[in-house]
Design a protein around this ligand. Sequence first.
Ligand SMILES: [Zn+2]
Length: 86
Amino acid sequence: MKIIRLLPLVPFLATLSVHAHPGHGLGEHGAAHVMTSPYHLALLAGTGLALWFGGRFVQSQLPRRILQSAGVGAVLAAAAIWGSHL
Ligand SMILES: [Zn+2]
């Protein structure tokens, strides 16, 4: 796999982090806000889905597994954090 093929994902992921929550930066209000805000948790889950989906287009097995595992991990983390608040 050529890493250059992942370059189209960079602006997408950068845009996600910049616009994590309209009106403020990701680290502006501290970790507690990030862990309790549905916007940030939805963003984490969405990023995980994007990683998993993007991994489907990677030909090499190891990078594909890494991307998809990171994606699944992000979705599971978002679900676990969200579930801990219910
Ligand atoms: Zn926020």
